[in-house]
Design a protein around this ligand. Structure first.
Ligand SMILES: [Mn+2]
Length: 332
């Protein structure tokens, strides 16, 4: 963490959480929406919030637009009973809350539910957030949306018991990359959550260290065809790998999403990219990571996506050679 970023982290308490707390206190019914292809931060945040809202006696639904089922690794999270099918999400609601969504597009086909909500509350930590709610509480210095939720629950006077702690820990441990990307306060929150009696090792293993056997041959194929471009990004280096639909057959998105974490460790490249072919041929979901000097949120935004300074993504269409070339030219 550079000095400037450290200063940013120290300022995290400056984000005014009162509008979020007031909206939650006043809400007569709540829909909580997570982003498409949910990760443990969006789902853990959403479920923690749903548990708290339910305890206030307020009806609450949680949903995400796709895929159609909960990721296997997240089925044991407390509060999954609040998750409903996309079709079952109420058209009209008093308060719609989005968690960990940087833009309306991240809601997929559930984006239309924003239009039927009396008010909408965006809770997030993505710097590229487009502020698409009627109330926006976005803290880019927070290491996870779950961390923002923890502070809001404190202000609501909700007890963070082991069920809520389990959900929040899921978001915290995954968005910090198992406590690699941390800031002052990260470990204090972790300590507080662990002190409720949750099994941190088990939660981390389920979410981060469990893959079906088919993951190994997929990695072999995809990593075996990775490409290093030393002169890209003004000599700082780009490494990229491609996951075609045929490579990912029988594997779910969690296995596919894990590849970038291996590719980005390449010493010779400041920037890492993984091109993941979606269910639609030649439509690519692209993950970007940088180590220090490249702002991939800005890069992804130029390509129609968004994200964080060191982790971002976008969607591209076309033959893979063209899509790779488009990224290289966007690098300047
Ligand atoms: Mn997050």
């Amino acid at each position: 963490m550079t000095v400037a970023e450290h200063a940013t982290a120290q300022r995290s308490g400056d984000v005014d959480l009162a509008p979020a707390v007031n909206a939650l206190v006043a809400a007569k019914s709540v829909t909580v929406l997570c982003h498409v292809q949910p990760d443990a931060d969006t789902l853990g945040s959403g479920l923690a919030l749903a548990l708290a809202i339910d305890r206030r006696g307020v009806p609450v639904q949680v949903a995400f637009a796709e895929p159609s089922t909960l990721p296997t690794s997240m089925r044991q999270l407390p509060g999954v009973e609040f998750v409903v099918e996309p079709e079952a999400v109420a058209r009209e609601v008093d308060l719609l809350v989005t968690v960990d969504c940087g833009s309306r597009g991240r809601l997929g086909r559930l984006g239309d539910r924003l239009d039927g909500a009396r008010s909408s509350l965006v809770l997030d930590h993505h710097r590229s957030n487009t502020m698409f709610g009627s109330i926006n509480v976005v803290d880019p210095s927070a290491e996870s949306t779950a961390s923002v939720i923890a502070r809001i629950l404190d202000l609501l006077g909700t007890e963070i018991d082991s069920d809520i702690a389990h959900c929040l820990y899921a978001g915290l441990v995954t968005d910090t990359g198992s406590f690699r990307w941390v800031r002052p306060g990260t470990h204090l929150l972790a300590e507080r959550l662990l002190a409720t009696g949750i099994d941190g090792a088990l939660i981390a293993r389920r979410l981060l260290d469990t893959h079906p056997f088919g993951w190994l041959p997929m990695l072999s194929k995809v990593l075996g065809s990775a490409v290093l471009v030393p002169d890209a990004a003004e000599g700082r280096g780009l490494v990229h790998a491609v996951i075609r639909r045929s490579d990912r057959e029988g594997l779910n998105s969690e296995e596919v999403e894990s590849v970038i974490d291996i590719v980005r460790t390449t010493a010779e490249a400041e920037l890492a990219a993984v091109f993941k072919e979606t269910v639609t041929p030649e439509v690519w979901s692209v993950s970007l990571r940088s180590k220090n000097t490249i702002d991939v949120a800005a890069l992804a935004t130029r390509l129609g996506g968004g994200g964080h300074r060191y982790a971002a993504g976008y969607t591209a269409k076309g033959p893979i050679a063209d899509v790779v070339a488009e990224l290289r030219s966007a690098l300047g």
